[in-house]
Design a binder for this molecule. Structure first.
Ligand SMILES: [Zn+2]
Ligand SMILES: [Zn+2]
Length: 301
């Protein structure tokens, strides 16, 4: 841990403004396009495929890729695990083991040297640029360990297939409703490609905006912040200061008013007996204990 103060506090205002604009403008233009084209290429069916698709797939990224696979925040029935990871793959954010290994590294080195996507290296890098420069930790020991689980390996090996299925399903649903090839294509466009684009922006906003804008109720050793808007769009992920304080907690929203659909899903699955050993904040380790353990693991590797 560096003793230097983190430079965000004296970040020039235009840097934050640019950051916000870069995230908000594409999403706002998507909304504008939907309104502008309404009734002519998009209607309730296509909007439903976009919102419904992201709900299912974004929730699977949060609960499956992130809370279950990366942090081991709970244990799950193999069928539940396979379903969550398969739907998570449809977000086209990389294979499950790759995604989880990269994210483990983010926790181990949050906002320090070695963090794959800290805004300290600039917003563009945190939001998107890291994908092209610091191409992951594939073949590293954490990645290999994650793939030691046969379910993870099976799905990880079929990432491209899952991603393609994620594009085809909305097309098939739209074809079943409208019965035309043009109808099917519009289903693929809105429920597939636009949904992937919107989902990318929302997930990456956790890495960028939630390390820049929001309150920090827990004094973590990084810049993670609680951002209600990212939380709303990202199924609870935006309570990111909570998450960095208690990374192995299955519940990222702590207070009842901190909306966290991922927490709701895990509670339902727990009641059904499909998930167990659910970690909750404050009852596991001290804040950041796991991050420190991960750091030790990475340093040892
Ligand atoms: Zn973070
Ligand atoms: Zn995490």
């Amino acid at each position: 841990m560096s003793d230097d103060p983190l430079p965000f506090h004296d970040d020039p205002w235009w840097h934050k403004a640019l950051t916000l604009a870069f995230v908000v403008i594409p999403l706002a233009l998507t909304v504008y396009a939907i309104v502008y084209l309404w009734g002519n290429g998009i209607g309730w069916l296509e909007l439903g495929l976009l919102v419904g698709g992201w709900s299912l797939i974004g929730l699977s990224i949060s609960v499956g890729y992130h809370r279950l696979l990366t942090h081991g925040a709970f244990e799950a029935h193999p069928a539940v695990k396979a379903t969550l990871l398969a739907f998570g793959s449809m977000a086209v954010q990389g294979g499950a083991a790759d995604w989880a290994a990269t994210h483990k590294r983010h926790h181990a080195h949050a906002d320090e040297e070695g963090d794959p996507h800290s805004p300290l290296e600039g917003f563009w890098h945190a939001h998107l640029g890291w994908l092209f420069r610091d191409r992951f930790v594939r073949s590293g020991p954490i990645y290999e360990e994650l793939r030691g689980d046969p379910i993870v390996r099976w799905i990880d090996d079929r990432f491209a297939l899952m991603a393609t299925i994620g594009l085809l399903i909305p097309g098939l649903i739209a074809f079943a409703v409208k019965g035309t090839l043009m109808g099917a294509w519009l289903g693929v466009v809105w429920g597939g490609f636009v949904r992937v684009f919107v989902g990318h922006h929302i997930t990456w906003s956790v890495n960028s905006l939630s390390h820049m804008f929001g309150r920090r109720p827990h004094d973590t050793e990084d810049e993670a912040r609680n951002n209600p808007i990212v939380a709303l769009l990202g199924f609870g992920e935006g309570w990111h200061n909570n998450h960095h304080a208690y990374p192995t907690s299955a519940e990222i929203g702590h207070a009842w008013w901190q909306l966290d659909p991922g927490r709701a899903l895990i509670r339902i699955l727990e009641k059904m007996g499909l998930v167990w050993n659910v970690h909750r904040p404050h009852e596991d380790e001290e804040p950041e204990a796991t991050a420190a353990a991960d750091a030790a693991e990475t340093a040892a590797s």
